[in-house]
Structures are given as structure tokens and as C-alpha cells.
Design a protein around this ligand. Structure first.
Ligand code: SAH
Ligand code: DHB
Ligand code: MG
Length: 221
């Protein structure tokens, strides 16, 4: 398609509007150095997450899928100094890189990285009796999106946002014959969200430096 053009346009606007500060750059460098897959949100998508969290006045954020903490740092930048962000990561090596990046970015006191399968960590978080989360960002194994969406509903309140990354997946999600477990996870999530009276939402398709994908944005009613 037009990958080259999409990347150039991302670079053009990112140069003007997305203030990528030293901590974002340092986090990307550290992820690269550690050999982590370069599947973090694009800079303009990270900024969108931050803007949504700011608009939300978010004080408590839950992220499912940390990788090296790049999206975490964008989201944490929206929090007040009394805020809190919990992020869930299966891979201990990813979590280690993320913890160092988050610390370097100055968010060590606000952010907790919990290592383990998110499906195992989520019931433990529910049992902690925390305040509901103002924003949940779902960005881990897409096959488990239905499980994560269920937990996001349990852990939020009226007015909270639930954001799901990678729901378009180069268009493969719209193929009713798909047998890919990740596509099926996204499709099941979409069906659940459609049938769920507690949320209203939309999906925006995106092109850019990460190719052709999309984000679901839902509000808890
Ligand atoms: N949100 C990150 C990118 C996350 S990539 C960013 O934009 O910067 C997806 C991450 O989810 C990977 O680090 C992967 O190890 C993690 N993951 C995969 N399966 C998981 C599971 N079952 N529980 C928790 N994390 C998982
Ligand atoms: C990929 C991209 C993502 O944003 C993600 O969370 C997981 C995987 C990918 O391009 O493979
Ligand atoms: Mg993603």
C-alpha cells in the first residue's frame, strides 16, 4: 500500500506536534538495545493515549501489556502526582526493561509493573479493593481480549474509558472466515462490546508508521 507515505506523514506531524521528550527517546533506545520487538504504540498514538487520559482527568490507570513501558510513560504523563498506574506484563525481561524506563522517566513512584499472565493478575487486582480505574488500555495477547474486556468492565465505573489497541490488524479482523486466534479474540470482543449495555464506543482505523491498524475506544455508561 502506501507505507512509505504514511510513515513520512507521521514523521511530519510528530516533528511538529508530538513532544517526544528525552524519556520517551531513552525508553525506545533501551527497548531496542534489549532486543524487544518494536511493537509499541507509535509516538502519535502514545500522545493520543495521554490526551485521552488528560481529558478524562484520570487518576487511576490500568494497562494490560507493558512491553518496555513506552505506552506506560505516555499514559503516566497524564497523571497527577497522586495518581497511580498498574501495568501487567507476562514476560519478566520485558517487565525489567519497562521498570528501568519508567524509573528513568521519573514515574517510578506512580507506576507498578506486575509480572505474570494478565488473566492471573486481574483477579488479584480486583481483590485489592482499589478505586475503579478511570482508563484501561488493553494491549497484550489479542486472543485474550474477551477476558480483558470482562475484567475492564469489573474494574471501571461510569465515565471510565476502555481503549483496545490493534483491533484492525491489517484488515484481517473483518474476514468472517478468519481462524487466526488474535482475529477471533478481537471479533469476540467486538461482539461482546456491541451486546454490552454498560459501554458505548467506536473503532477508528489508523494508518501510519505501524502500518494499517486501529483502536477501539469505549466509554462505560
Ligand atoms: N503497550 C505496549 C506494547 C505491548 S506489546 C506499548 O505500546 O508500548 C504486548 C505485550 O503484552 C508484550 O510485552 C507481551 O509480552 C505481553 N503479553 C502477551 N501475553 C500476555 C499475557 N497473557 N499477560 C500479560 N502480558 C502479556
Ligand atoms: C503487534 C503490534 C502491537 O501494537 C501489539 O500490541 C502486538 C503486536 C504487531 O505488529 O505484531
Ligand atoms: Mg499494540
Amino acid at each position: 500500500m502506501n507505507q512509505e507515505k504514511w510513515t513520512l506523514v507521521d514523521e511530519y506531524f510528530n516533528g511538529h506536534l508530538v513532544q517526544h521528550d528525552a524519556s520517551h527517546l531513552a525508553a525506545l533506545d533501551a527497548c531496542h538495545e534489549a532486543g524487544l520487538p518494536a511493537i509499541q504504540v507509535a509516538p502519535n498514538q502514545g500522545k493520543l493515549l495521554q490526551l485521552l487520559a488528560m481529558t478524562q482527568g484520570a487518576r487511576n490507570i490500568l494497562e494490560i501489556g507493558t512491553l518496555g513501558g513506552y505506552s506506560t510513560i505516555w499514559l503516566a504523563g497524564a497523571l497527577p502526582s497522586t495518581g497511580r498506574l498498574i501495568t501487567l506484563e507476562f514476560d519478566p525481561r520485558h517487565a525489567e526493561v519497562a521498570a528501568a524506563n519508567i524509573e528513568r522517566a521519573g514515574f517510578g513512584a506512580l507506576v507498578e509493573v506486575i509480572v505474570g499472565r494478565a488473566a492471573d493478575s486481574l483477579p488479584k487486582i480486583a481483590a485489592m479493593g482499589l478505586e475503579p480505574f478511570d482508563l484501561v488500555f488493553i494491549d497484550a495477547d489479542k486472543a485474550s481480549n474477551p477476558i480483558y474486556f470482562e475484567w475492564a468492565l469489573k474494574l471501571t465505573k461510569q465515565g471510565s474509558l476502555i481503549i483496545v489497541d490493534n483491533v484492525v490488524r491489517n484488515g484481517s479482523v473483518a474476514n468472517p472466515e478468519t481462524t487466526d486466534p488474535d482475529d477471533l479474540g478481537v471479533r469476540r470482543f467486538a461482539e461482546m462490546a456491541a451486546a454490552e449495555p454498560r459501554v458505548t464506543g467506536t473503532v477508528i482505523q489508523t494508518v501510519g508508521s505501524k502500518g494499517y491498524d486501529g483502536l477501539a475506544i469505549l466509554r462505560v455508561q
